[in-house]
Design a protein. Structure first.
Lengths: 319, 293
């Protein structure tokens, strides 16, 4: 195994023990198969225990896992004929968001997503997946293009949030996000959004005003990253786990709050354990939802999307 | 037809709201937060809470804003009895709501309704920073959305005074979704040809800035009002640099193309009236007598 997270420590230790026993037995020509079988059984049970009841902070660790598949990984695995398109035609090309045209099971679609880096160098180029205004404006340009040519839009959500920097502010970070929210509501093509990792704040929402929102089992989606929420709530960013626990950030929470339509299961231990299998299940889920949306007219799609967001919120009346 | 939209001043009865008539509590003296000048509260009040020495615009509550903006300070209030739930059972949220309600005299961070400005009927939303830092949760999102929808139905211009620390953490994802909800409602309003004037006041950040505050046909800001997506402190920590004093002020944002005009509080009513008038069809006017299409 590689890229373990802290809560997997007991599994790692047990696996090491099994391996050692195995090696020892080979060296000394002793048959430990019975003991090994027993340990394997224990391992399976422990695995069930740990992965079967992940807490919100643990899921957050998986959602942020450095080896977690990114938007480009899924694009590669799910679509064919992908052509990446660049730039917002206004200022520049923000590599924190990628997008282009491709085919999904043969039909032309537009696909857009946040893109985190694969290593430090890549992460610096992609600003750790935190977009500037030009990223959101590139996304909007591609979505309008999709609307014009009546292509469904698939988006992948994976960002800590919009980049909090001075250049981003000067170029209108707020306006860029707000514009996307308003314009996405107006589009007459199906929009299916998949939260594949982190969905943080307005930076995530700016690509996530869809007819359907799906979330991977261990992905998270919240008003702010638990780190910033901790800083805002208690002026203490180190309380990130406490924030993760109380903010209701998991796919299960969001399904219960009727914000998302479907939870896509992950392989045991997270998407990075079996990226191909994960891509396959995402493809299937997206395709199923598209089957429901494709027969709808442009106006119906808009109305469907409007109703979805219109009803979100909890309030009451006092006399 | 849109042509008929604003083509005459409608007969319109305003119903005085009990809450807007309430006296604003006042001490005898007041100290300017910027220049430190001490002045009589009465005098400051008369000056629309703008410092007589340096021109600093004190923050106004929603009720004060309505009082100085609408004709005779009158508002027919919508959804006055809507209050927040605690949908996530967030530790301490219920207590905080009660505390803010008590200290501000409001039920949540926005007051919405209809009234007239310079005789023109408008639908207004005024946010209040003194309730929970003006944060947007389900109630703010719902009240603003309903106001937008009424404006769309009634074909009235919409004026929103924003001030907010951003989305309300205590309702997490539901707060975030209010950004999409209000923006979608504005999409329909704009498509119907409605006129929306957004007035940004100090301070306006995060979820409110990145949704309805930046989606006006006209975006005005009060002098010195700080606004942006991320707060100054967060940005300084991220880029590890000290930012200039004027960073994110209305004037800074004007320079960077984010607002149409910085408008002094004393000029606000006149400016709003002028914009409303420019979008009103005058029966006897030649072509060009109206702005709205």
């Amino acid at each position: 195994m590689a890229g373990e997270v802290p809560f997997e420590q007991p599994l790692i230790e047990l696996r090491a023990k099994i391996d050692e026993l195995h090696k020892f037995g080979m060296e000394k020509q002793i048959d430990f198969s019975e003991e090994i079988a027993r340990l394997e059984e224990r391992y399976a049970k422990l695995e069930e225990e740990i992965y079967g009841s992940l807490t919100a902070p643990q899921k957050m660790q998986l959602a942020r896992h450095p080896q977690r598949p990114t938007t480009l990984d899924y694009i590669q695995a799910i679509f064919t004929d992908f052509i990446e398109l660049h730039g917002d035609r206004l200022f520049g090309d923000d590599l924190a968001i990628v997008g282009g045209i491709a085919r999904l099971n043969g039909i032309p679609v537009t696909v857009i997503g946040h893109q985190k880096g694969k290593d430090t160098k890549d992460n610096i180029a992609r600003n750790f997946g935190m977009p500037h205004p030009e990223g959101f404006r590139k996304a909007l340009r591609l979505m309008r293009q999709a609307d014009k040519f009546r292509r469904p839009i698939i988006t992948f959500i994976d960002t800590t949030g919009a980049y909090p920097g001075s250049a981003a502010e000067e170029r209108g970070q707020s306006e860029a996000i707000a514009r996307n929210l308003q314009e996405m509501a107006s589009l007459r093509v199906p929009i299916v959004c998949v939260v594949i990792g982190e969905g943080g704040s307005g930076g995530a929402l700016a690509l996530c005003v869809g007819n359907r929102i799906l979330m991977l089992e261990n992905s998270i989606y919240a008003v702010a990253s638990p780190n910033s929420a901790a800083a805002i709530l208690w002026k203490d960013a180190s309380q990130v786990n406490r924030a993760a626990e109380i903010m209701k950030i998991t796919a299960e929470d969001l399904k219960r709050l009727e914000v998302i339509e479907e939870i896509i299961p992950e392989p045991k231990g997270g998407a990075h354990r079996a990226p191909d299998k994960q891509a396959e299940s995402i493809k299937e889920a997206v395709w199923n939802h598209l089957q429901e949306l494709l027969p709808m007219s442009g106006d119906e799609l808009r109305e469907d999307r409007y109703r979805k967001f219109r009803k979100i919120g909890k309030f009451m009346f006092v006399s | 037809m849109l042509k008929d939209l604003f083509n005459k001043k409608r007969k319109y009865a305003t119903i005085p709201s009990e809450r807007t008539k309430r006296e604003i509590p006042e001490g005898l003296m007041n100290k300017c937060a910027r220049c430190g000048t001490i002045q009589f509260s009465k005098e400051l009040e008369k000056n629309l809470k703008v410092c007589t020495a340096c021109g600093y615009h004190f923050r106004l509550s929603a009720l004060e804003r309505i009082q100085i903006t609408l004709d005779e300070g009158r508002l027919f209030e919508y959804d006055a009895d809507m209050v927040s739930e605690d949908p996530l059972e967030f530790p301490g949220y219920a207590d905080k709501l009660a505390k803010h309600s008590e200290s501000s005299g409001l039920r949540d961070a926005v007051v919405t309704g209809e009234g007239t400005i310079g005789g023109f009927p408008v639908i207004v939303a005024a946010m209040s920073f003194d309730f929970f830092g003006g944060s947007m949760g389900s109630v703010v999102g719902e009240k603003v959305t309903r106001a937008i929808e009424r404006a769309t139905e009634k074909r009235y211009p919409l004026v929103i005074f924003s001030t907010s620390g951003g989305a309300r953490m205590e309702e997490s994802i539901l707060s975030l979704m209010q950004m999409a909800k209000t923006s979608a409602a504005l999409m329909k309003f704009h498509e119907a040809g409605g006129l929306y004037i957004s007035v940004i006041t100090d301070p306006t950040y995060g979820g409110v800035s990145a949704s309805f505050a930046m989606l006006g046909d006209f975006i005005l800001a009060e002098p010195g009002a700080a606004f942006g997506f991320a707060g100054r402190r967060v940005i300084e920590q991220t880029i590890r640099q000290k930012l200039p004093d004027n960073f994110q002020t209305a004037e800074f944002n004007l320079q960077h193309g984010q607002v149409d005009k910085v408008v002094h509080r004393k000029e606000m009513r006149a400016t709003l009236t002028k914009i409303l008038d420019l979008h009103t069809v005058k029966e006897d006017a030649p072509y060009g007598g109206r702005g709205a299409v």
